[in-house]
Ligand binder design. Structure first.
Ligand SMILES: *Cc1c(COP(=O)(O)O)cnc(C)c1O
Length: 452
């Protein structure tokens, strides 16, 4: 039986020929075909007909090509969507990226002297200004910022990191602050309780073994009721008095007053926190800052300089492309927040969104689906500002001839992939997170999904 089965194994070359051009590099296609044939060889009892086999491989290749990085139209209403690449960058940053990427650059050359120059010297000044700090630097992401800060302060007998039990949080994707601390060689000195940590709790915990007081901003959850947490300013005064460094992990890192851009709460800015006497802050580049993936460390000059001298810093430093984009984003802020997409999306008005919704809906009037312009709520997302619920406008779609689930799948797998959400039996697209320049592509994608 298995012998007859094996003799019916599809030939690799014949399969390649039958597949034709699938838009993927030949070695990738060949590898997929070989793996599919090998799988049949292992299970020779059910070898399909040749055409069936080719169709299955074609499906597998199509699924593989949809795993290539591609722009996605974000109709989820979540501004910083971790699955969708967090923050979209300003056009100015993209322009700088191309310029730096496709040319040689002065990355480590001082054009004034012709000698070796300091990497990111200008960027670091801009980041310090944006953060209201004496000095700043950037590393791979906020998690690595925390790691390098801990490696700097945890040494020898000074190994304890004092942290409130209310701040031992999971950032997301299974990453937990206590695990990061332990992996950095620190000993956790947990103080207080889940709902209350007082200044006295900190004071009692400080001793010869204290490496650092760490405060972690509760970015992705909120607490209410019987709660109390020592104020940053009094904590900073205590740390100074005892000669212990004090660092705050801000996570999201809004550098402007978020409440001025949209109906959201105030998010503490690095400038405010540093003005309260904190020695160092760290925050992400691709959350509320609206830049590329990075971790910014800002604060007292000698501490930032010390961190940059850590051998480990070399392993966490940013690549020139990231630096170029961070430079463009910080410049945007220093010049007055021009063109940061996250802030533009946050400040889009409901009236403006509704107008766009009506235009798109009118453009779909001949399609086999019911379209309405509805109301929704956008979120900041990215594990930040969990209370934010920003009034928004949705396109509420219900195809006449297919299920909402199938419609969602077709929208995801089209030429311009679209990610919306389903609610109340409808497929909804929140227009706040769709760039106006994508409206036409969105209309085309909806039409494409409905086409037989
Ligand atoms: C998101 C977050 C981090 C991790 O930031 P990444 O840039 O994703 O590494 C760390 N701390 C807090 C409080 C955060 O919100």
């Amino acid at each position: 039986m298995s012998k007859t089965g094996l003799s019916r194994l599809p030939a690799v070359e014949k399969t390649m020929h039958a597949l034709g051009d699938v838009g993927l590099p030949r070695p990738v296609v060949l590898d997929t075909v070989r793996a599919a044939v090998a799988k049949l060889r292992a299970e020779p009892e059910d070898i399909p007909g040749f055409d069936e086999f080719v169709a299955a491989v074609r499906d597998e290749l199509a699924a593989l090509s949809r795993r290539r990085m591609a722009p996605v139209i974000n109709g989820t209403g979540v501004l910083i969507h971790t699955n969708l690449g967090r923050s979209p960058l300003p056009d100015s940053a993209a322009g700088r990226l191309v310029d730096i990427a496709t040319n040689y650059s002065n990355l480590e050359l001082d054009l004034n002297t012709g000698e070796r120059g300091k990497r990111a010297a200008y960027l670091e000044r801009c980041l310090a200004l944006v953060s209201g700090a004496e000095a700043a630097t950037a590393v791979n992401n906020c998690a690595s910022a925390l790691v390098i800060i801990l490696r700097h302060f945890v040494r020898g007998g000074r190994h304890e990191v004092i942290i409130s039990r209310s701040q031992l949080v999971e950032i997301g994707g299974g990453f937990r602050i206590p695990d990061i601390l332990l992996a950095s060689g620190a000993t956790l000195r947990e103080i207080g309780t889940t709902n209350k940590t007082t200044l006295a709790d900190y004071e009692n915990a400080i001793g010869d073994e204290t490496a650092l007081i760490l405060k972690v901003h509760q970015s992705n959850f909120y607490m209410g009721g019987f709660i109390e947490n020592a104020e940053t300013a009094e904590l900073a005064a205590l740390a100074k008095d005892k000669g212990v460094p004090f660092c705050e992990d801000l996570g999201s890192g809004a550098v402007v007053n978020t409440e001025e851009f949209g109906p959201v709460e105030h998010e503490p800015t690095p400038t405010e926190i540093i003005a309260q006497g904190v020695d160092l802050v760290c925050f992400s580049g691709d959350k509320l800052l609206g830049g590329p993936q990075a971790g910014i460390i800002a604060g007292r000059a000698e501490l930032v300089a010390g961190i940059k001298r850590e051998p480990f810093y070399r392993a966490l430093r940013c690549d020139k492309l990231i630096l170029s984009m961070l430079e463009a984003v910080s410049a945007a802020y220093l010049e007055g927040d021009t063109g940061v997409p996250l802030l533009e999306m946050l400040s889009a008005t409901v009236e403006g969104l509704r107008e766009r919704g009506e235009t798109i809906a009118a453009g779909l009037s001949d399609c086999p689906l019911s379209v309405a312009v509805g109301e929704g709520e956008s979120r900041i997302g990215g594990g930040t500002m969990p209370k934010s619920a920003i009034p928004s406008v949705t396109l509420d779609l219900k195809p006449e001839k297919m299920s909402v689930t199938k419609f969602a799948r077709l929208l995801r797998s089209g030429e311009h992939p679209v990610m919306g959400y389903t609610a109340d039996g409808l497929y909804k697209i929140d227009l706040r997170t769709v760039f106006p320049r994508q409206d036409e592509a969105l209309t085309g994608a909806i039409r494409g999904a409905l086409a037989p």
